[in-house]
Design a protein around this ligand. Structure first.
Ligand SMILES: [Cu+2]
Length: 323
């Protein structure tokens, strides 16, 4: 519906322009000698004012969008590193907004101010070293700053947790069209898996001869993680590329067939605490697929429950081991 109205809107604009500028007027626009131009001063002033009106309308429309939809963004981050991601987004947003307002005010105002005028002589201005340095160095410094903060944050979530760290190790397995979580079990290690071992009874392709796999735990539909404890995720995919997206933790990682990817974060609020924070009694953390992976892509979700370590251990204990 929205697409159709946008298309109609563009079509109407095109028709208006086409009938307004009848064939001859196009030729008029490309005459080399400005003295030959038929456009009069009055016409230019009207067009200039129309630009000012459009510019103001456009900026007001942006303000309206911010007030109307600004509240629909994600709630406070449920993970420790998420706060850094949010502040990076905020800094970037503030810088972009300032540049956006300045450039758009100038854009519309200059069209108005410098509308064609027969009596004005253009200034001859080839270049200015100081100006060029300023507009090259300033954006470069801002970008270096943003990228440095980004890289620092990226490394903190991408660097695999140490083997001796006290952590939870979970493999997230993607296939068309659902998720499976595999816990490392008491030994803290995931058993080997291989695509050639996949069959109906063993869809993760786990190597059943590997002792390490015996205490692994496979869960579907929902998985639990303890609050305030680092979780190391390893991702695999069976068929096509999927993307494990956990928006409330500000986490996303591609799941690629034939390649292990990883990500770690520390949850900071339990599901119950998050329900209070969002004032939404039905709130649940979700794992979603963020790569259009086929017909039922939309159905690829898994609930994530964050709870105290005690409750987590109780939940994990009732899940059976692989063998
Ligand atoms: Cu998918």
């Amino acid at each position: 519906m929205l697409l159709l109205s946008a298309f109609l809107f563009i079509l109407i604009l095109f028709l208006i322009t086409f009938f307004y500028l009848k064939g001859g007027d196009f030729k008029e626009m490309f005459k080399e000698n400005p003295d030959d131009l038929k456009f009069d001063e009055q016409e230019n002033r009207t067009q200039g004012w129309l630009f000012i009106a459009f510019g103001i309308g456009f900026l007001l429309f942006i303000l309206f969008l911010i007030f109307k939809w600004g509240g629909s963004i994600l709630p406070e981050s449920g993970s420790v590193h998420g706060a850094d991601v949010d502040s990076l987004m905020l800094i970037t947003g503030v810088i972009i907004s300032i540049v956006f307002v300045i450039t758009h005010v100038l854009l519309f105002f200059f069209v108005f101010k410098y509308a064609f005028n027969k009596n004005r002589k253009p200034a001859f201005f080839t270049h200015n070293l100081k100006l060029e340095l300023l507009w090259t160095a300033l954006p470069a410094m801002v970008l270096v700053l943003l990228i440095s903060i980004g890289l620092y944050n990226w490394n903190s979530i991408m660097k695999p947790l140490d083997d001796k760290d006290d952590k939870v190790l979970i493999e997230i397995y993607a296939k068309q069209f659902d998720w499976t979580a595999r816990y490392a079990g008491n030994d803290g290690k995931l058993g080997r898996a291989n695509i050639v071992l996949i069959n109906n009874a063993n869809f993760l392709g786990i190597d059943t001869t590997d002792v390490v796999s015996f205490d692994d735990k496979i869960v579907k539909n929902e998985f639990h993680i303890p609050v305030n404890k680092p979780v190391q995720f390893v991702f695999r995919a069976q068929d096509v590329m999927h993307s494990a997206y956990m928006p409330h933790f500000r986490a996303q990682m591609n799941c690629v067939p034939g390649l292990k990817t990883q990500f770690n974060f520390t949850p900071k609020y339990t599901t119950q605490e998050m329900r209070r924070i969002t004032k939404n009694p039905d709130f649940d953390y979700m794992l979603l697929c963020n790569k259009i992976c086929g017909m039922a892509h939309f159905a690829m979700k898994m609930k994530i429950v964050v709870e105290s370590e005690e409750d987590y251990n109780k939940w994990l204990a009732i899940n059976p081991t692989f063998r």
